[in-house]
Design a protein around this ligand. Structure first.
Ligand SMILES: Cc1cc2nc3c(=O)[nH]c(=O)nc-3n(C[C@H](O)[C@H](O)[C@H](O)COP(=O)(O)OP(=O)(O)OC[C@H]3O[C@@H](n4cnc5c(N)ncnc54)[C@H](O)[C@@H]3O)c2cc1C
Length: 576
């Protein structure tokens, strides 16, 4: 049995934090922070991770969800970044997270005769070679006729031929949460809705002022406590500057936010066997298969507004529609859109005026004695970022601290996954679910699947599909609360499941049933159930309305009319 992230664990975590001392305090529960907590815990260090909102509630649930080298970084001659990312892709697919990361193929339509095919083929050959030992097939060339049989949805005049290649794909929010849970398995204390509001500083015997811990605030209750640590590691993505501003105005790097949005449309709207990668004037646009949907994105524009709730505007949506429609035989319209989400890239500031040209490489720095900041990078390279962060903290850590071992520490649910897949039909039958359902469950939980399904024996309601979201079982909703640290409807509907993104109603039709199901587990009375449901529905409605507004400022103003279930303080230079 795994260690559950439930209400008891939450209370115990607060007791351990309050007045406690750790080797490492990680700030931020995105993929970088969770990876850093796992890295530290597996080196035998005592670790606490605090997250102001929910695990992956920042950028780490709003990405394109690809474990990839990034073809366009190759074009920018960033070979080191591509090699590193492809190495990570391979590790995830084979050893660390085979249950969560899966291959996906992309077709690149060629538009120009003569020069373009050798140019793209040369790039893809390097991509294949840098990928090393391959769990991904090598790229292939497709004639125009062959490409159109694979993607009948393309306009015949949109290509003269095509290249096909492979990459990796994962549910980012679930993957981040599973990394956090793996850290807990290795002894880390992880607590969500817990914000760092101040860094503690002391002058040591040598007269040097050091960061020695943090003041924490429970964003559910407003309670505060202090925790001490040998080192604090700032993994707060687009909020990096806020934490840095708590100690110094003179910092080695700053982080700026660049907004990227995705729309989702039903699979049936684009006839295709494969994903697409399309060139745009600034960057690339992906059309990515995602269960019954296509995810289409992304954009790349500067963002100076609220960091917690970036809004997609009508102009963002039109940009995506215009670019994808340029190659589709049957253009998409706004009516085809199932959902829209926006995320903020944490980019290292100051390298280029155009955000899409800023390096995706990460930076790690000792901002002050006892405080390390790590930022930039990509989701794909989180494990390397985590290693670099802990390596940079070594001067603050015990001399006996070992080297990074996360390349050999699978994410929970990986052990035994392949055996279950090999006997999918019989394993499904044994658990009373269809093979399709079993496959989906394995891709969400791996070998933890029995922990999810076991309570169905005592409560048959849990074996039923979620109201208005039949791709999920009620058992998964309960498990989100009993084991995966979900505290609010948004955590359950937007991140533990992806109902918010995968249904036309964006979770509003499921919210009432889901709230009543988890009420006894979270100690909610009828009033709290009603307020959680109304806050969730309001969030969806204002988000929809914001997507009708032309510009960022108008969209953001409407989005912020939705009430926030959490109450983080504005800290540092913060806008949220
Ligand atoms: C549109 C888009 C598409 C992308 N697609 C890809 C892709 O396909 N592949 C890829 O490799 N990368 C992709 N990326 C990049 C990738 O998603 C990010 O690099 C990564 O998720 C950043 O993770 P993070 O942990 O650094 O930041 P975050 O996930 O934002 O985590 C930071 C966390 O810190 C918390 N926090 C902030 N302040 C405090 C405080 N005071 N106390 C406690 N907690 C605090 C926040 O609540 C937040 O949860 C994409 C990014 C975007 C925007």
């Amino acid at each position: 049995m795994s260690h559950p992230l439930d209400r008891v664990a939450r209370e115990t975590a607060w007791q351990r934090l309050d007045g406690g001392t750790f080797d490492v305090l990680v700030v931020g529960g995105g993929v970088t922070g969770c990876g850093t907590a796992l890295d530290a815990a597996t080196r035998g260090l005592s670790v606490a991770l605090v997250e102001a909102r929910d695990l992956a509630s920042g950028t780490s649930s709003r990405s394109s969800k690809l474990f990839h080298g990034g073809l366009r970084y190759l074009e920018q001659r960033d070979v080191r970044l591509v090699r590193e990312a492809l190495h990570e892709r391979e590790l995830m697919l084979t050893r660390l997270a085979p249950h969560l990361v899966h291959p996906v193929t992309f077709l690149y339509p060629l538009k120009h005769r003569i020069w373009e095919r050798p140019y793209v083929a040369a790039g893809l050959t390097i991509y294949d070679t840098l990928g090393g030992k391959r769990s991904m097939p090598r790229h292939t060339y497709l004639s125009k006729a062959k490409a159109l049989t694979k993607v009948p949805g393309l306009r015949p005049d949109a290509l003269v031929g095509a290249m096909q290649y492979g990459d990796g794909q994962a549910d980012d929010a679930r993957h981040t949460m599973m990394v956090a849970r793996t850290a807990v398995e290795h002894g880390a204390v992880v607590r969500t809705s817990t914000q760092v509001v101040r860094l503690l500083r002391e002058t040591d015997d040598a007269g040097i002022e050091r960061v020695v811990g943090a003041e924490l605030r429970d964003t559910e209750t407003g309670a505060t406590c202090r925790v001490r640590s040998r080192v604090v590691i700032n993994c707060t993505g687009v909020w990096t500057d806020d934490i840095q501003a708590m100690v110094s105005d003179h910092v080695p790097f700053r982080v700026r936010a660049s907004k990227g949005i995705h729309i989702t449309v039903p699979r049936a709207r684009i006839a295709s066997d494969t994903g697409l990668i399309l060139r745009t004037e600034k960057s690339v646009l992906f059309v990515i298969p995602w269960k019954e949907l296509w995810l289409i994105g992304t954009t790349d524009t500067d963002w100076h507004l609220d960091l917690a709730h970036p809004a997609a505007s009508a102009s963002d949506i039109d940009y995506v529609l215009d670019h994808v429609n340029a190659v589709l035989a049957k253009p998409l319209t706004r009516d085809d859109i199932v959902s829209v989400y926006a995320g903020l890239r944490p980019l290292l500031a100051g390298e280029s005026d155009q955000t899409s040209k800023l390096s995706r490489e990460h930076a790690v720095s000792r901002v002050a004695p006892g405080l390390i900041s790590i930022a930039g990078g990509k989701y794909t390279t989180y494990r390397v970022m985590a290693k670099d962060a802990i390596d940079a903290a070594l001067p603050d850590l015990p001399e006996s601290t070992g080297a990074c071992v996360t390349q050999d520490r699978p994410i929970i649910g990986a052990d035994g996954y392949h055996d279950l897949v090999m006997h999918l039909t019989s394993e499904a039958q044994r658990r009373g679910v269809t093979p399709d359902r079993m496959q989906q469950l394995l891709q969400r939980y791996g070998s933890l699947v029995d922990e999810v399904l076991a309570p169905m024996a005592d409560d048959p309601r849990l074996a039923e599909p979620v109201h208005a979201a039949p791709a999920y079982l009620n058992a998964e909703i309960a498990y989100a609360v009993t084991h995966e640290g979900a505290l609010h409807l948004d955590d359950i509907l937007a991140r533990r499941t992806r109902i918010a993104m995968e249904t036309q109603h964006r979770g509003t039709e499921s919210a009432g049933d889901v709230a009543r199901l988890v009420a006894p587990l979270l100690g909610w009375d009828a009033v709290r159930v009603a307020s959680e449901v109304s806050a969730y529905v309001a969030r969806v409605e204002f988000e929809r309305a914001s997507q009708e507004q032309t510009g960022d400022a108008e969209a953001e103003a409407v989005r912020l009319l939705a009430p926030d279930t959490l109450h983080p303080l504005a800290v540092g230079t913060s806008r949220a």
